[in-house]
Design a protein around this ligand. Structure first.
Ligand code: IPM
Ligand code: MG
Length: 357
């Protein structure tokens, strides 16, 4: 199993360490692990003067899977795009064509009380946000900042999706739904944006190949409202890059904490990048208190998608649930009556629980 390990910045380092620890424990002697660590983000700038050093990119190209921590530092947005630590992740996604981003949102029953929503709204929640990851306003050209004749600056970006880009993510959505509750909700803003009109037309066309799947459409504003009002109606929610970015943070909170949300970014074959959704969290970095679950659960997704090891993936997920049932909580999901632990202790607890599931 050839895996590139990119801990990156902020809490990325701390949580990735836990994911690697659990990975080694669950794989044991059953397979040969080839883990190679490389710098990315600010760590890449420090090591090689580039947020995505060539060596790191080469390593990722050769790897079967990438375990990613986080990239980004405070003030990131003020740095020129190609030197910006956070932008390294965007370049990596684009270079490896990781267009299908799975962000599963499910409720551990132990954490129902940690959600800011009422228990009956989130109990049993299990949906996937499928976010297109290599197109949209994130990558659309032209983009930039220009000076207008009157001397003021104007920032501009371009939202665009071609039919083929929409078609491939739509297929992934329908295929995924076929293995689940057979419902796809496509989210866009077709009442305002031409990009979204093309998006909707293509999704409808692809949907004809999947008559068993119930297809619905929501405008993104209504979708965000429905996510808060009745999230259990959703099975697979497919959407573009920017709407998916926003909706997935929003959906993460249903589960109690963004520290719980894993993700997988796939290229259409087995290769994938596995990453906690939470990012570098500079406010708590280095304190040893970050929640490692999103990283550990991302690693479980890697075992399932890139290495066809569903039994081991299940084991990791069950161990995580077990640890929660035993009352262990990091600060972000802490409630009175539970046991507050740090990042490392939580990782150790998951390793110990592997033997009991
Ligand atoms: C995410 C993050 C990234 C994004 C940032 C770090 C560039 O917010 O993965 O959701 O916007 O895609
Ligand atoms: Mg985001």
């Amino acid at each position: 199993m050839k895996i590139a390990v990119l801990p990156g910045d902020g809490v990325g380092k701390e949580v990735t360490q836990q994911a690697v620890k659990v990975l080694k424990a669950v794989v044991g002697k059953s397979a040969a692990l080839e883990l190679t660590e490389a710098p990315i983000g600010q760590a890449g700038v420090d090591a090689a003067g580039d947020p995505l050093p060539m060596k790191t990119l080469e390593l990722c190209r050769k790897a079967e899977a990438i375990l990613f921590g986080a990239a980004g530092v405070p003030g990131d947005e003020k740095i020129e795009f190609n030197k910006r630590p956070g932008a390294s992740l965007l370049r990596l996604r684009k270079d490896l064509d990781l267009f299908a981003n799975f962000r599963p949102v499910f409720m551990f029953k132990e954490l129902i009380g940690a959600s800011t929503l009422k228990p009956e709204i989130v109990d049993g929640l299990d949906l996937i946000i499928l976010r297109e990851l290599t197109g949209d306003v994130y990558f659309g050209e032209p983009r930039g900042i220009r000076t207008l004749p009157n001397g003021e600056r104007e920032g501009f970006n371009t939202m665009r999706y071609s039919e083929s880009e929409v078609e491939r993510i739509a297929r992934v959505a329908f295929e995924t739904a076929m293995g689940r509750r057979r419902k796809v909700c496509s989210v866009e803003k077709a009442n305002v944006l031409e990009t979204s009109q093309v998006w909707r037309d293509v999704v409808v066309r692809v949907g004809k190949d999947y008559p068993e799947v119930e297809l619905s459409h929501l405008f993104v504003d209504a979708a965000s409202m429905m996510l808060m009002r009745a999230p259990k109606q959703f099975d697979v929610m497919v959407t573009g890059n920017i709407f998916g970015d926003i909706l997935s943070d929003c959906a993460a909170m249903l589960t109690g904490s963004i520290g719980m949300l894993p993700s997988a970014s796939l290229a259409g074959d087995k290769k994938g990048l596995y990453e906690p959704v939470h990012g570098s969290a500079p406010d708590i970095a280095g304190k040893g208190i970050a929640n490692p679950f999103a990283a550990i659960l991302s690693m479980a997704m890697m075992l399932r998608y890139s290495f066809d090891l569903p039994v081991l993936a299940d084991k990791v997920e069950k161990a995580a649930a077990r640890v929660l049932a035993d009352g262990y909580r990091t600060a972000d999901i802490f409630q009175p009556g539970t046991r507050k632990v740090g990042t490392e202790e939580m990782g150790d607890a998951v390793v110990a629980a592997l033997a009991r599931v």
